[in-house]
Design a protein around this ligand. Structure first.
Ligand SMILES: C[S@@+](CC[C@H](N)C(=O)[O-])C[C@H]1O[C@@H](n2cnc3c(N)ncnc32)[C@H](O)[C@@H]1O
Length: 482
């Protein structure tokens, strides 16, 4: 703990180094920071109460157009002194410090600590190091929770040339406490390039801290323990990131027996065989030999066909595509759940459960809606955590199924279309009537149409928002997997 104090403009003051305050110009031009007089009245008055934070003067780089500045901040006391380096904009660094991850002393009580881990790390032929279960784990069992040792804002990779960003990426690791530094450096890097960059690229996860912000800010983060998990297209474990505590949690997705390797999926598992194997080869350099990727050709073709149908069904249910018969939605949702099961895709199945809950609620079948909402919460908690969209939505349905937005939704939509048809018939009947007589009738009807238009518009907007939300979620997942 350096006793540093953080300023809103991204600079830092150090009680242990009483005359160091970063200046933007020097940071930008030289990649390092000169000292200013800490005792200046002006500077003292800009001090916030973010005392005892950054362990080193922030090092900054400025984008070509000169508008964006990104700085490296290292915090040594973070998460029970594991430490963290963060490469981001000064305003986001200030926002991060306001998270419970930094303000709540209890945020990391059972994090980064493994007194009796349910696995052993072993060297595995053709797969480097992997983690092998040393006892039976049941669905939902916690495996480990860790905080990142490094967080890099994603824009940095597109905004800056390697030569500009790499010195800061190296400094990010060098400035960490020794334990975190050594764990990062011991990681596997498959590209064979600069180890700071290689270990980062091979092991980073994409996460979002403020998903509701207008400008999405994604970070790439590395947790050295979780990085030892090898890939399987039908994995037995999954992770989610809690943005409040900056903690990555891993749980078992199904029963795992002693001697089995713990695995996660590096990519979206609901993709065709060739798409999966190409992505894994390109981004992680290995030929996937999981049972799904090495199935005999007829089985692999059947799997691809199931995945194609799964995706088509999921898209149409998410978009609330019109149905000839409102009851068809539940059949489609049941098939979707079954396709996930046939494909052994255990984590994202929560999305199918949640769609099934909507479809049953939409035709007023409360018991079936509740059954699927329960299943969605059970698997959603492992897949996306307690704040995951499906979990939150399904908890709302469970609290009061008849008050949920999806309750009798298909039937309401059916009634709306019937009314529209009737109105169209009335319009046709009225055509040809006397203009003078027609006027007040039309005026009234226009009024009615105006109202209906508003309601219909609101319903359509709700649907569009919902499908946009789902699309963004899929996009986020795809980015996550990358
Ligand atoms: C995030 S690391 C996983 C841990 C790694 N095995 C280690 O030794 O640290 C990713 C790298 O592990 C290897 N790997 C992961 N899953 C694999 C799999 N299913 N088959 C072969 N190699 C795999 C690849 O070399 C990949 O680039």
């Amino acid at each position: 703990d350096s006793g540093a104090a953080f300023l809103q403009d991204g600079s830092a003051l150090y009680s242990s180094d009483p005359v160091s305050l970063t200046t933007d110009a020097n940071c930008v031009e030289n990649g390092n920071c000169d000292a200013l007089d800490i005792n200046s009245d002006h500077l003292s008055s800009t001090l916030t109460n973010y005392a005892k934070d950054w362990a080193h003067p922030p090092k900054c780089i400025q984008s070509q157009n000169g508008t964006d500045k990104y700085c490296l901040y290292t915090h040594h006391a973070f998460a029970n002194s594991r430490g963290i380096s963060i490469f981001t904009t000064p305003d986001k660094a200030a926002r991060l410090l306001e998270l419970p991850a930094f303000t709540d002393e209890t945020a990391h009580t059972k994090v980064n600590s493994e007194p009796d881990p349910p696995y052993e790390a072993r060297s595995l032929p053709g797969r480097g190091i992997g983690l092998i279960a040393n006892r039976t784990l049941h669905k939902g069992d916690h495996i480990f929770s860790n905080t990142p040792v490094i967080m890099v804002e994603e824009w940095i990779f597109s905004e800056f040339e390697e030569a500009q960003r790499l010195p800061l990426q190296e400094a990010a690791i060098l400035q960490l406490p020794k334990g975190a530094h050594d764990k990062f450096m011991a990681l596997h890097g498959h590209f064979g390039t600069n180890p700071y960059d290689d270990n980062f690229n091979t092991n980073a996860f994409a996460i979002e801290i403020w998903p509701n912000d207008e400008d999405e800010t994604a970070y790439n983060v590395v947790m050295p323990e979780i990085s030892r998990l090898n890939h399987d297209c039908r994995p037995n474990a999954h992770y989610y990131f809690d943005p409040h505590t900056l903690t990555h949690h891993v749980h078992a997705l199904r029963t795992i027996y002693p001697g089995e390797e713990l695995t996660i999926s590096y990519i979206d598992p609901a993709q065709a065989l060739v798409t999966r194997t190409t992505a894994l080869k390109t981004s992680w350099g290995f030929d996937c030999a999981c049972s799904s990727c090495t199935a005999p050709p007829p089985h692999a073709a059947a799997s691809d066909a199931r995945i194609a149908q799964l995706l088509a069904l999921q898209n149409s249910l998410e978009d609330h595509a019109p149905l000839t018969n409102p009851g068809d939605g539940v059949g489609a949702a049941e098939l979707l759940v079954s396709l996930y099961k046939q494909e052994r895709i255990e984590g994202p199945v929560c999305e199918a459960y949640s769609l099934a809950a909507h479809e049953y609620a939409s035709v007023g079948d409360e018991w079936s809606a509740v059954k699927y909402a329960r299943l969605a919460v059970e698997s959603g908690l492992l897949y996306a955590g307690p704040d995951g969209d499906d979990v939150v939505d399904m908890q709302e349905l469970l609290a009061d199924p008849k008050a949920h937005w999806s309750w009798r939704f298909r039937e309401r939509k059916g009634a709306e279309s019937d009314e529209e048809d009737e109105e169209a018939d009335e319009d046709e009947d009225e055509e040809g009537a006397d203009e003078v007589e027609k006027m007040p009738v039309e005026a009234e009807k226009e009024n009615e149409e105006g109202k209906e238009g508003q309601f219909e518009g609101a319903a359509k907007l709700m649907q569009r928002l919902e499908s946009e939300r789902q699309r963004l979620k899929r996009k986020e997942r795809a980015l996550d997997e990358l």
